[in-house]
Design a protein. Structure first.
Length: 193
């Protein structure tokens, strides 16, 4: 049996008797095209916000990587949003991964697979589905996912540094709106697009 039923996996709850750890994000689509891609990091908030062009629309979002669910006011103020357009959703944290228990296999969000700093899970959902389809035995499935899980653990350590209060306060004070930093971020964004 395979649990592919997302963050609130009933199957996972059934075998573990608890819900997995979760983070929270909000998203809104607005009728605006040709917007620039923007990523916002805010000093007082442990996560990031995004503005992504999407055909005739633009996707706006905000996510907290420490499970804070009180993001709505922040989101509305940041993007001057209309409250009705906003939808919320939960996502895994990356520190609560479960690939198999009692003969039940888990993939994607149900397995708790995610990139812990960015909250990207589509790659992991596809990869885990593929690996399980090719290796439907616990040892082999875990072995094939080992590299990703090791990387996730390393990223979780980095996350503590990225969202360290003292370091963030220092960086924001020194480099907020810095032309050099913006240039570096733009170069990075161009490289990954
Ligand atoms: C706001 C937001 C933005 C995101 N942006 C990105 C992004 O840009 N890039 C990225 O890589 N990831 C992103 N993610 C994460 C990504 O959406 C998930 O990691 C990914 O969708 C996980 O896929 P999944 O198939 O495991 O789970 P899901 O997509 O949640 O699919 C689970 C499916 O199971 C169904 N289901 C649940 N319970 C049952 C049941 N009892 N019976 C039958 N069916 C059931 C659900 O209806 C659903 O269709 C984002 C997440 C959020 C919340």
């Amino acid at each position: 049996m395979v649990g592919a039923d997302g963050i609130f996996s009933q199957l996972r709850k059934e075998v573990t008797k608890r819900q997995q750890n979760k983070n929270f994000a909000l998203e809104a689509y607005i009728d605006k095209k040709d917007t620039p891609l923007q990523i916002h990091f805010l000093n007082h908030f442990k996560g990031y916000a995004w503005m992504i062009p999407n055909g005739k629309n633009t996707i706006l979002g905000i996510g907290d990587v420490y499970g804070n669910v009180h993001l709505k006011d922040e989101f509305i103020t940041l993007f001057h949003l209309n409250e009705e357009k906003i939808k919320g959703a939960f996502l895994p944290t990356g520190d609560d991964i479960l690939l198999e228990r009692s003969g039940v296999y888990f993939i994607g969000d149900a397995a708790g697979l995610i990139a812990p700093i960015t909250g990207e899970g589509i790659y992991y959902a596809l990869l885990s589905a593929y690996q399980l389809s090719k290796n439907s035995n616990t040892m082999l499935y875990q072995k094939k996912m080992k590299k990703e899980i090791r990387t996730t653990k390393k990223i979780l350590k980095t996350k503590k540094l990225v969202y360290n209060d003292t370091l963030r306060a220092f960086l924001f004070k020194k480099y907020n709106q810095s032309k050099v930093i913006n240039k570096c971020i733009n170069a990075f964004v161009q490289k990954i697009l």
